[in-house]
Design a binder for this molecule. Structure first.
Ligand code: ATP
Length: 327
């Protein structure tokens, strides 16, 4: 109902409360209550007894009433479930999967208090500055193909961010990826992807595909100062989170439409290699059996990292168990 009221107010002029209530079949007091709820979410709405209501400003928040219309007709289009603050969008998405939420359900949060990275690491999402999203998917792929979905998500996020930044600043953005899940800007981490899934032997039951992106965060003085950056710190201007989130979700939707039945996955590894920060570089890999050094040769057809070993030979590494660092 809030979305419908917003739609009425979106005409830029004053609209009378009477007209809104008649068009939506609501009582005047129900309209007033919804206006109050919208104001509490950050919408600035003027009210005049004579002329009615006028929408003056909308918040840059990933609210269903704002995000969902931007995704109309896209392969991933919601429903959007929004939290002002939550532990993690991935955790919320997990509860929604268990409650039977449909494919394409999007969980968005203004702040996460227990954002997750890979292998139990923490992901910091300060209130109102970053994008934290999780998408529920039920792809017809085998469990061994799931890592490619993570690579495809990082590629989609990279593509979306590059396009929005170029459109906004007029300058091409050099955004790289680091296998398997990191998004880099000028040598610092600007975002990350986390794919969680439940699978049987030959079939993926569900995937929760999560994306974190530093948009307007300022890491100066924080413990992450040296390793992290945001779009706003790099370009010295703020970016619209709503526009970026919609671009990421649309790009992810396009990628997902190509790969949801497993067929378009073969191209993902080739594409990822093109943008991999560490391709051809010497790296140190921490694996369960100890450290391994080598040169990154590429990504194989299952999304594994190919490491050329100093003594000759190539080893394929699963993303679930290793971390890659520059030595
Ligand atoms: P790997 O290369 O193996 O993925 P990683 O350090 O990149 O290792 P991730 O799980 O991808 O691990 O990301 C979590 C790590 O990212 C945290 O341990 C922290 O160092 C860093 N980090 C946490 N929050 C942010 C953020 N908002 N922006 C950039 N970096 C962050």
């Amino acid at each position: 109902m809030e979305a419908k009221i917003l739609n009425e107010l979106n005409r830029g002029k004053y609209v009378s409360g009477e007209a809104v209530s008649a068009r939506l079949g609501l009582t005047r007091s129900a309209v007033w209550k919804n206006i109050g709820a919208l104001r509490r979410q950050g919408f600035v709405i003027e009210a005049s007894t004579r002329r009615g209501y006028r929408l003056v400003d909308t918040p840059d928040k990933l609210l269903p009433a704002l995000l969902q219309p931007l995704l109309k007709g896209a392969p991933i289009a919601g429903p959007v479930i929004h939290f002002q603050k939550t532990g993690s969008t991935a955790g919320e998405a997990r509860l929604l999967v268990e409650a039977g939420s449909p494919e394409g359900t999007i969980v968005a949060a203004e702040a996460q208090t227990k954002g997750r990275g890979r292998m139990g690491r923490k992901w910091i999402t300060p209130a109102g500055d970053a994008i934290a999203l999780s998408v529920i998917l039920y792809p017809s792929i085998s469990p061994s193909q799931a890592p490619l979905l993570g690579l495809a998500t990082a590629l989609a996020a990279r593509q979306a961010v590059s396009s929005v930044v170029e459109k906004e600043t007029g300058v091409a953005a050099a955004i790289d990826l680091k296998w398997p899940n990191d998004i880099y800007l000028a040598g610092r981490k600007v975002g990350g992807v986390l794919v969680e899934m439940s699978a049987e032997l030959d079939r993926v039951r569900w995937v929760i595909d999560s994306i974190g992106l530093n948009v307007n965060n300022d890491f100066a003085g924080s413990p992450l100062e040296k390793e992290a950056t945001s779009l706003s710190s790099f370009w010295d201007r703020r970016f619209g989170r709503l526009e970026l989130a919609a671009a990421v979700l649309k790009e992810l939707g396009r990628a997902y439409a190509r790969i949801r039945n497993g067929r378009g996955l073969a191209a993902v590894a080739r594409e990822f290699e093109k943008h991999d920060l560490l391709k051809g570089r010497r790296v140190a890999v921490s694996a369960p059996e100890g450290a391994v050094e080598g040169t990154v040769a590429g990504v194989d057809s299952e999304g594994r990292l190919l490491l050329r070993l100093p003594g000759g030979g190539v080893r394929a590494l699963f993303s679930g168990e290793v971390s890659v660092r520059r030595p």
